[in-house]
Design a binder for this molecule. Sequence first.
Ligand code: XMP
Length: 510
Amino acid sequence: SIIVLDFGSQYTQLIARRLREEKVYCEIVPYFTKVEDIKAKNPKGIILSGGPASVYDEGAFEVDRAIYDLGLPILGICYGMQRIAVDFGGAVVRSTHHEYGKAELHFNDEATSVLFDGCSDGTVVWMSHSDRVEKLPEGFKPIAHSDNSPYAAIADESRKIYAMQFHPEVHHSQEGHIMLRNFARKICGVDEKWDMGHFLKEQIKKIREQVGDGKVLCALSGGVDSSVVAALLYEAIGDQLIPVFVDNGLLRKGEREQVESVFKVHLKVPLITVDASEHFLVKLAGVTDPERKRKIIGHTFIEVFEQEAKKHDGIKFLAQGTLYPDVIESVSVKGPSETIKSHHNVGGLPDWMDFELIEPLRELFKDEVRKLGLELGLPESLVYRHPFPGPGLAIRIMGDVNIYDLDLLREADAILLEELKASGYYNKTWQAFAVLLNVKSVGVMGDNRTYDNTICVRVVEAVDGMTATFAHLPHDLLERISRRIINEVDGINRVVYDISSKPPATIEWE
Ligand code: XMP
């Protein structure tokens, strides 16, 4: 395996992700990990990540220098490069001009390195630094340069120590993945092919060690992430898992039944469904302000969850489907503060719910979670589900939320999804849903005048939901959706299509 020592860069997880894509197993550990602990993992090489600090800052993060004596290949990235430069007796200075963004990387002919095998001269790399190496340590040579960085990459080939000023792990570094692969395969000699099946086995082992014979509570939403967590935990600890699904009455048509049947057939977990729909609807009655709706739903969820947790003895752990993009800052560096931050993520659980958190997906990205879900045998219909917001249909009904409107929206939404699936567009889009506008307009059906509500159809393309564009659906598909909704849903006489992108609009309407 490859060990990544984390100095707190926002990109550290991307190093791991790129290596996983190359089927190289790697593990991220905090920069202060002791050499014995690193040795115990029996790695074939070490990568020093980037980091926000400067090597000359007071209290700058340092490694256990004994790692340099292990005789293992080492690759330093950005801060990792500066760390190596200083530790080996070179010098680092603060640049007068910072270097952020794309740069062309040129290889130094006199010192072609196996690190760049298969890469093209002039390849684009992503720079993001203000410090730079000024004086090379003894034994090091420049192996690549850019316009602004004579030492864009350096190496002491005899000791197999390499360092790069740029970030090979980010997407903008076009051939960065090749460099990381070369480091792992050609320089460190990693030859095992790692995949999600391995990840699954390791996580199961880890969870068993952490949980012992304790019980784990897991809140299910029916979405991909929480389902994968539940399935994974079930594999690991069987009936020590207590999966709780709260029906808040704001779900889509058939959603509760679908979740229940998936868990029955595929997982054999005794799923506890708490029907709290009435409770939620009473609390939401008459509320029209979007933020108040969200807050009420959040609080009510905790209330219900709290009541359920009290019914079970011996719960020590709470499992969550936190993904890497949710973990905004690099966490492993911060050590003990980890739990505190995650507690915040739960959305303010009451103090007495003093659970230890289990977050087995926190190193993964959405597409990796989907792969893991398939590995666990979850059906594709669940694994490739569109995201669905916690507050559910309540934020897709403009104005107050009531049973009548919820049913109406459910019908329209179901027709939309059915047509999208039939046309193949469901899998090509990030999210698709109907919004009940509570705008009435005049229509004519047969010989009769109607004065009914409007459904807005929202279908977007996105990579991570941070930005989105409306999907350019074929007009005949839009026509079919509109015709069916108006004909089949009583109370709707008009359908409109949302052609705004995010930003400046958001994906949801509230
Ligand atoms: P917006 O509307 O902010 O949505 O563009 C971005 C993505 O986040 C989802 N979303 C939520 N997910 N709880 C969630 O779990 C929420 O409160 C929530 N609000 C929005 C939204 O569906 C989209 O995928």
